[in-house]
Design a protein around this ligand. Structure first.
Ligand code: NAD
Length: 453
């Protein structure tokens, strides 16, 4: 798309927003219903595209992408009226005669930029929140999931007028152009590196941003954990989308006494999920492209392969792999892995465990498997992280009642359910004072509370 066309889309949206049409709740609900209908209509095309882009099985694509968007739509349709209502709050005695309200208002025209790993979920869930909050929206999906990007483009074109919701496809250069435009809010999901670029661009115009980024999310398995369950849930979290999940367990911290038994459990779970040769399993995910595949192969050199390690260059697949003896200075322990390779580190004491985690910035997620409440609480209190689970992985992001987002380099802001509505709204404070009387105390020259005017 030419730059003048991008200008035209943004300008038309800004003009349309000013008509006020997007703001009444019945309009917002009607658009959410339209999106739900379109999503159901396009489901077969989206499933086929996700298979093509990432070899996602139907079951995985439904549970981690389409199903999550449908849940968000259901919650937004049910609650948007309540979310949109002004909230009456208390007024101090010093303001006698006044009443106070907090009025949610849409930002206006928003930009949503998405990544390739969950290209339906991570483009449409923010859009649900943005529609519920009454904004107009420009969407820019990732060029690295091209089949899904095309289907989404058709879905949006057939469902909404471009002055309300428009989808612009293209490379990173399209985002660069979009970031020069006067949006009222930017919602970005992607890497911390590009997150910095987005924030810098937004800073030039002081545009508020929400950044949903990534990082190295630890998974802790303590010596009192139920190991069979821990293995099942850890393998599920790590191998969904072949590890290309922002909240995938990035590395494993296992108590020394539990390691051997946990390995056995992991091996039998991988076999139960994907067979003796996962590379041959038709539902085992593939790496998105050659560049990321090569990047992951480098990590295999950072340690000793304790399990797995097989690769398939033609299919861009890497078998589930446990990597031991990895130094804290290596790429595998410095960079986000984003693939089916799990570095394993042992610990004995809580201090050792915390020292390892603190070598990296605040993670997006953290998982702790333990039956000891005190240990669980110690971890939750001592480690800052975006969100996470006790005795599970990934599931915290599937509920619309928990805010989903990072902290520090793993992100700024959060969304899902009402939190998403709040993210796409400005909360305007309004103090309404009476005209029936006027106390003099605050005015210059007021003496002993006597009226001076
Ligand atoms: P990315 O940052 O490379 O790309 C994301 C989007 O930004 C794409 O649409 C891309 O076209 C655009 N982009 C790329 N370079 C750009 C530039 N220089 N200027 C402007 N825009 C640019 O991320 P990715 O590879 O698609 O996704 C993987 C990363 O995203 C991982 O770090 C992962 O942890 C993170 N992620 C986070 C979440 C979350 O919800 N927090 C979810 C999924 C992925």
């Amino acid at each position: 798309m030419e730059t003048y066309e991008i200008d035209a889309v943004v300008e038309r949206q800004k003009r349309y927003y000013l008509t006020g049409e997007t703001r009444p709740v019945p309009f917002r609900r009607a658009q959410l219903a339209k999106l739900r209908e379109a999503l159901l209509r396009f489901e077969p095309e989206l499933l086929a595209a996700l298979r093509q882009d990432l070899n996602k099985s139907e079951q995985e694509a439904y549970t981690t992408e389409i199903g999550i968007v449908l849940t968000e739509l259901r919650i937004a349709l049910r609650h948007v009226r309540r979310w949109s209502k002004p909230d009456k709050v208390r007024t101090p005695l010093t303001h006698f005669g006044a009443s106070s309200r907090i009025v949610p208002e849409p930002y206006g025209t928003t930009l949503v930029i998405g990544p390739w790993n969950y290209p339906v979920n991570l483009m449409l869930v923010p859009v649900v929140s943005a529609i519920a909050a009454g904004n107009t929206i420009v969407m820019k999906p990732s060029e690295m999931a091209p089949a899904t990007s095309r289907v989404l483009a058709t879905l949006v074109r057939e469902t909404f007028r471009p002055e309300y919701v428009a989808l612009i496809e293209g490379e990173a250069s399209v985002s660069t152009e979009l970031l020069k435009r006067p949006f009222d809010h930017i919602f970005f999901t992607g890497s911390p590196q590009v997150g910095r670029i987005v924030m810098e661009a937004a800073a030039k115009r002081l545009i508020p941003v929400t950044l949903e980024l990534g990082g190295k999310s630890p998974c802790i398995v303590h010596n009192d954990a139920c190991l069979a369950l821990a293995a099942k849930r850890l393998v599920y979290g790590k191998l969904t989308n072949a590890g290309q999940t922002c909240v995938a367990p990035d590395y494993l911290l296992v108590h020394k006494e539990a390691k051997a038994a946990l390995y056995k459990e992991i091996e039998s779970v991988v076999e139960a999920f994907y067979g003796k040769e996962p590379l041959r399993d038709p539902d085992y995910g593939r790496i998105v492209n050659e560049r990321h595949y090569r990047r992951l192969l480098e990590y295999l050199k950072d340690g000793r392969i304790a399990y797995g390690g097989q690769t398939d260059d033609a299919a861009l697949k890497i078998a589930p792999t446990l990597l031991e003896g990895v130094s804290s200075a290596s790429g595998a322990m410095r960079e986000e892995i984003f693939g089916p390779i799990l570095p394993v580190l042992e610990y004995e004491t809580l201090d050792e465990l915390l020292a390892i985690i603190r070598e990296n910035p605040k993670p997006l997620a953290l998982y702790v498997f333990s039956e000891n409440k005190r240990f669980q609480q110690d971890i939750i209190r001592e480690v800052p992280f975006g969100g996470g689970c006790v005795n599970d992985t990934l599931m915290h992001l599937g509920t619309p009642y928990l805010p989903f987002g990072g902290v520090g380099t793993s992100g700024i802001g959060s969304y899902h359910g009402e939190h998403g509505f709040r993210t796409f709204s400005h909360y305007k404070s309004v103090l309404k004072q009476t005209s029936r009387f006027d106390f003099p105390f605050r005015y210059p020259k007021a003496k002993n509370g006597l009226t001076i005017i």
